[in-house]
Design a protein around this ligand. Structure first.
Ligand code: GLA
Length: 393
């Protein structure tokens, strides 16, 4: 994992090139692409309910380097820390009567899913090496960055029509069908569309995007990785999604995006308590995200921070996807004057918090967290970065 001031993309790119030369007989790769991880500032568990999210792309990236080969075989190596064994896989390019299927190792399923669903084909054989600075399973979208990097790599091998929305949707479909996670669109979307110096307000129903500048040097975004991961993530995510669908159905709506708090209150007696609270989180979170976007536009960081803390409390109490470590990180950060707001970010049950603060108190906040937090955190002071693309040779 890289330190606070990681050297943009150079780390994983150098590593991928070195391992490529070692693995594939000293040759230079002909292609090199990257896709970023993300941090979500606010709008959690709203994307699969058609709501708003406000993420930004990170300078933490997954890089893929490689070259085509002529025998129809695909050979991929990963150098990612924490990826399951083996770190090298080899298989035939898919055909209509021989589609790719999931299997071990798990990390390769993200790539296979994208190859299988790629929108222009047939995909030729290739050799590739993957390296990443996005911590695996840390809630910063290591999976989406791998999918989007894979798609970007395939675009260099056999060009598609360049439709970026379809690119994000295809990567989401790969995640649904191969690793089998019923995720929303946020992570793949921001990894494709990220814009330097901007957070993106994404309407996950219409897929319209509004870029919001985030370049005030007096303001910083601090990511704190708790470095804990509770194993609940997979099953709990789909349970939450089903509970939201049940609540929407009871309210006679297609998604919770179309429901108001008044409508929810009116139906309270017809919903079980859990579904009621899940829906309350989603409806209020969508509202908070719209308000937060306006606050950012007005430079009202205090209001933005207050909404972040409300978001965290709602995720903890109503949605029940936080954990004691994340709660502790938020309350330690909030003790410091100059910290506007802090909350868990991503799916939950571990991973990271995101904190909005005055740049002048960033170091002090890190020190205080290191002193008081029961675990061993890592920090990233980060800036909004660009979406996926090609690395120049
Ligand atoms: C994960 C999913 C996203 C989103 C978040 C929660 O990161 O991949 O689609 O649902 O959780 O906001």
């Amino acid at each position: 994992m890289y330190g606070e001031h990681w050297g943009a993309m150079s780390g994983p790119e150098e590593e991928a090139r070195r391992v490529y030369a070692e693995t594939f007989g000293g040759h230079e790769p002909q292609l090199a692409v990257f896709a970023p991880g993300r941090v979500n500032l606010i709008g959690e568990h709203t994307d699969y309910n058609g709501g708003f999210v406000l993420p930004m792309a990170l300078p933490l990236v997954t890089v893929i380097v490689g070259s085509p080969r002529k025998d129809g075989k695909i050979c991929i190596v990963t150098t990612a820390e924490g990826a399951d064994e083996p770190h090298k896989v080899e298989f035939e390019t898919p055909s209509v009567d021989r589609p790719l299927t999931t299997g071990a190792p798990k990390w390769a399923n993200y790539v296979k899913g994208v190859i299988q669903h790629y929108r222009a084909g047939p995909v030729p054989g290739f050799n590739a090496v993957i390296a990443t600075s996005v911590p695996l399973g840390g809630g910063l979208s290591s999976s989406a960055s791998l999918e989007v990097a894979s798609y970007t790599f395939l675009q260099q091998l056999c060009e598609d029509d360049g439709d970026l929305v379809q690119k994000a949707l295809t990567c989401q479909k790969a995640e649904h069908t191969f690793p089998g996670v019923p995720c929303g669109i946020m992570d793949q979307f921001i990894s494709v569309m990220g814009r330097e110096g901007h957070a993106l307000l994404i309407d996950c129903r219409s897929l319209e995007v509004k870029p919001l500048p985030l370049t005030d040097p007096k303001l910083s975004v601090l990511i704190t990785n708790s470095n804990v991961r509770h194993e609940l993530t997979g099953s709990e995510y789909s349970t939450r999604k089903k509970q939201c669908e049940e609540a929407a159905k009871a309210l006679g709506k297609e998604t919770l995006r179309d429901a108001s708090m008044e409508e929810l209150e009116a139906q309270k007696d017809h919903l079980n308590d859990v579904c009621y609270r899940r829906a309350r989180h989603v409806i209020t979170e969508i509202e908070r995200t719209s308000k937060a976007a306006k606050a950012l536009e007005n430079g009202d960081y205090r209001l933005f921070g207050k909404l972040m803390v409300e978001s965290h409390n709602s995720l903890r109490d109503d949605y029940e996807v936080s954990c004691p470590e994340l709660d502790e990180l938020v309350s330690i950060a909030m003790e410091i004057a100059g910290v506007y707001g802090s909350r868990m970010t991503g799916g939950g049950f571990g991973g990271c918090t995101v904190t909005l603060l005055e740049t002048s108190v960033a170091e002090r906040t890190k020190e205080q967290i290191k002193d008081k937090f029961r675990g061993s955190p890592s920090f990233y002071i980060t800036k909004p970065s660009t979406g996926s693309g090609v690395l120049s040779q």
